[in-house]
Each structure stands twice: as structure tokens, then as C-alpha cells.
Design a protein around this ligand. Structure first.
Ligand code: MV4
Length: 448
């Protein structure tokens, strides 16, 4: 039984979790930094505890203070949301040791999947397709050169503890290999304190397809369909949609089954995402497992009618999944765009400041998750996402039309946002045709 949950996060995801708890009759504790005294999550929770100064390292990333607040308020579980401590295996392990339920998979699973080089080998052993590449860790440029020459160029050098683009390099020419290896490895040492690298064949203009999964503590694993997140810039997703226009029923079925196989291979529990790259021949490859609830989870909620946060809490409380694979019905189409306080004409630089006026539309099939309001001041210390706009309708053309309508109606005054930029994407001919790969933003809008 879970009676009280501490939410170790802020912004719209903290608010989303508080609402789910309220629906389940579970009491909530918000933690907040000195910069978030007036934040919506601080106001909406049953109790709120200030855990430190504005910088995340002093507050939302401060493990000791968060655990102290949990003990002090007698909360029996922590929901980490996304970002911050959500994929920190040490934090999950400390929760386990303190007899606090971490709402997510076990620390062991987080650690095992966090090492992408090892996860690759686990997946190979389980019969999950991975991109051709190295099986042993690579530590030196000389060792790497020989392996890369064997794989054939172009190759991608990746950090074992990487993800999100850090410690990653594409090499098209053998002569550049050792220099780029050193660059990627230096980034990995600086960013993750680890020099373990691996090398893969580089997939040109792939699509990023991820499958949402749910797994209980009794070996039941289901998937809730895919999200196509190919529209990104600098490894920041901008638009997420379901179903992916790139999949037919046959590929969808095989990828879904593979996602379940991947989850079972690591004894996965709770909600998770299995990421794949899909190449131009429609071959797909396992990339990584995300062990957190993701920003774009709402797209899947619209498609399935399943509340992923409530499912996470039920699973963590030890309940059995009461949804079978056959129960999962994917209906219509859904899209999310992220509205950030940032300037697309200044390399997407964050634009914190006070929102002097905001109009948030509603309507049939419209969902907007946010934690901002008129008079709210966006602090400069955290990420710049202020609104997640999600729409659901009968098919892709209808959701794109609905998204343009909703984006056109939104008013945000006082801060610069990417609202118009997102409208342009939804009005882009290639996007409307569904002709999208991970190179879409660079190709259509340049590297501003
Ligand atoms: C790749 C790839 C092409 N080939 N690996 C980017 C983040 C990290 N999770 C893995 N990434 C990629 N790995 C091989 N072998 C292309 C990317 C990639 C990418 C992947 C998904 C979505 C957007 C992307 C943008 C640039 C590169």
C-alpha cells in the first residue's frame, strides 16, 4: 500500500503526478527550491517542503535533502518524474535501503540499462536486433581504429554511459577516426566520469521510434504502441506522434514484440520505453531503454486511454497489471509539441522572465499540460519547457490540422517562445506528408 508520495520534481510533470495521486486517494508532498516558492506544484500538493537553493544541485538533485524530506513527512514512496534523479541508480538504491518505494524499476535495472555497451550485449544474447558494432568495451583509439575499419565507414563512436548526444561522434573517413575517438572519449570522461566506448555502423537518416511498455512485478509485460520522435534538434525532441507513419501493421507487431522481449531480457518492471532506430530498408535496431516516465507519455495516454502515472503507482504498490495486450486498443492519432521559453532566432537560447498574459485553448481532443499561469516568473535555473500541447483525433491529417488550430490560438505574452516555430513545423509540406527523419529540422530550417 502507498499512502503518501513525495514528488521529486517540479513543473508540469510534478503537477501531473499530484493530480494522479489525488485521483487515487494518495496524499502528496511537493519539494521545491527557493526559486519555486510560487510554483504550481508547491501550491497544489497537500504538503510542501523547501529543500534548498535555486540551483538544481542544491535542491532537485540533492539526494540527502530529498530523502530527509521523505522521512520527515512520512511519505512511503517517491515519484522521480523525468530528468533530475529519475535515472540515477544510486538514488533508487538509497530509496530501497531506506525502505522507500521508488516509483520506477529497481536500481539494478536502472544501472544495467544505463550502460549502453553492456545493454547491447544483453540484447544480442536475448535475440533482440542491435546495430552492427563492437561487442567488447573499447578504451584506446588504436584498438578502436582496427574495429572501425572492420565494421566499415561511416561509423558512430559512442560513450557506454552516454545518451542524448554527449560523447558521440560520426566518422566517415578512417583518417579521422582516432582524432574523433579522442574527442568523444574526452567528452565521456568529463560528462560521465567514464572512458568506456563502443562503436557502431552509422545509420543514415534514421527514424526514432520508441515503444511504451508496462511491466508488473510478476513477469507480465505489455506494450502500448509506438511514438515517432524523429523531429529533434540537438537531441531535444520537438514533436512526438503516434502512430508512426513509417510503420505498417507487420513492422509494428514485430517491433512491439521485440520491445517486450527487450524488457523481459533485463527483468524490467514499471513503465519504460524501448527506443529503436528504423533505417531506410525498414530494418529496426534496439538503441536503449529509458527507465523513466517520459515527457511525451501523454501521446500514448491519448492513443490508449490508459493513465501511465496511475499504472506506475499501482505497479510500484505491488498490484498486478489488469490490462492484457489484447485489451490495448490504439485509436486514431495523437501529436505533442513542446512549447519552450526560448528564442528560435538566437539558437534557441532560453528566455526566462515573467508571463504577463497567457491564453490556453481547450476543445475536443485537446490536452495541455503546464505549470505556468499569468504573472508566473519562469526561473532561469531549469529547463525552458513551459507547455506540452497534445491533440487527439481520428487520423494524422486531422491531428495536424487540430494542432495548427490550437497553436494559432495560444497567446503567451512577456516571454519569447518557440510557438511560431512549432506552427511552421506543423505547416511544413514534408512534415504533413510524413517525410520525416532525424535530419528534418536541420534540412528544413537549418542549424540556426
Ligand atoms: C545513432 C545514429 C545513427 N547510427 N547510432 C542519438 C542519441 C542517442 N540515443 C543515439 N543517437 C543516434 N545514434 C547509429 N549507429 C543516429 C543517432 C541520432 C539520433 C537518434 C534518434 C533521434 C535523433 C537523432 C539525432 C541525431 C543522431
Amino acid at each position: 500500500m502507498i499512502n503518501k508520495i513525495l514528488i521529486a520534481n517540479r513543473g508540469e510533470i510534478a503537477v501531473r503526478i499530484i493530480r494522479a495521486c489525488r485521483e487515487l486517494g494518495i496524499r502528496t508532498v511537493a519539494v521545491y527550491s527557493e526559486a519555486d516558492r510560487d510554483a504550481l506544484h508547491t501550491q497544489l500538493a497537500d504538503e510542501s517542503v523547501c529543500i534548498g537553493k535555486a540551483q538544481a544541485s542544491d535542491s532537485y538533485l540533492n539526494i540527502e535533502r530529498i530523502l530527509s524530506a521523505t522521512v520527515a513527512t512520512h511519505a512511503d514512496a517517491i515519484h522521480p518524474g523525468f530528468g533530475f534523479l529519475s535515472e540515477n541508480s544510486k538514488f533508487a538504491e538509497l530509496c530501497e535501503k531506506c525502505n522507500i518505494t521508488f516509483i520506477g524499476p529497481s536500481s539494478e535495472v536502472i544501472e544495467k540499462t544505463g550502460n549502453k555497451q553492456e545493454a547491447r550485449n544483453t540484447m544480442i544474447a536475448a535475440g533482440v536486433p542491435v546495430i552492427p558494432g563492437t561487442k567488447e568495451p573499447v578504451y584506446t583509439p588504436e584498438q578502436g581504429q582496427e574495429l572501425a575499419d572492420g565494421i566499415g565507414y561511416p561509423v558512430m563512436i559512442k560513450a557506454a554511459l552516454g545518451g542524448g548526444g554527449k560523447g558521440m561522434r560520426v566518422v566517415r573517413d578512417a583518417a579521422d577516426f582516432q582524432r574523433e575517438f579522442n574527442n568523444a572519449q574526452r567528452e565521456s570522461v568529463n560528462g560521465f566520469g567514464d572512458n568506456t566506448m563502443y562503436i557502431e555502423k552509422y545509420i543514415e537518416e534514421p527514424r526514432h521510434i520508441e515503444f511504451q511498455i508496462l511491466a508488473d512485478n510478476y513477469g507480465n509485460v505489455i506494450h502500448l504502441g509506438e511514438r515517432d520522435c524523429s523531429i529533434q534538434r540537438n537531441h531535444q525532441k520537438m514533436v512526438e506522434e503516434s502512430p508512426s507513419i513509417a510503420l505498417n501493421e507487420d513492422i509494428r507487431k514485430r517491433m512491439g514484440e521485440t520491445a517486450i522481449k527487450a524488457a523481459k531480457a533485463v527483468n524490467y518492471t514499471n513503465a519504460g520505453t524501448v527506443e529503436f532506430l528504423l533505417d531506410k530498408n525498414n530494418d529496426f535496431y534496439f538503441m536503449e531503454v529509458n527507465t523513466r516516465i517520459q515527457v511525451e507519455h501523454g501521446v500514448t495516454e491519448l492513443m490508449t486511454g490508459i493513465d501511465l502515472i496511475k499504472e506506475q503507482i499501482r505497479i510500484a504498490a505491488g498490484e498486478k497489471l489488469d490490462i492484457s495486450q489484447e485489451d490495448v486498443r490504439l485509436t486514431g492519432a495523437a501529436i505533442e509539441v513542446r512549447i519552450n521559453a526560448e528564442d528560435p532566432y538566437k539558437k534557441f537560447a532560453p528566455c526566462p522572465g515573467t508571463i504577463t498574459d497567457i491564453h490556453i485553448p481547450g476543445g475536443n481532443g485537446v490536452r495541455i499540460d503546464t505549470a505556468v499561469y499569468t504573472g508566473y516568473t519562469i526561473p532561469p535555473f531549469y529547463d525552458s519547457m513551459i507547455l506540452k500541447v497534445m491533440v487527439h483525433d481520428r487520423d494524422r491529417a486531422s491531428v495536424i490540422a487540430k494542432m495548427r488550430s490550437v497553436l494559432g490560438e495560444i497567446v503567451i505574452e512577456g516571454v519569447t517562445t518557440n510557438l511560431d516555430f512549432q506552427y511552421e513545423i506543423c505547416n511544413n509540406e514534408k512534415f504533413i506528408q510524413g517525410n520525416i527523419t532525424t535530419d528534418f529540422i536541420a534540412q528544413e530550417f537549418g542549424n540556426r
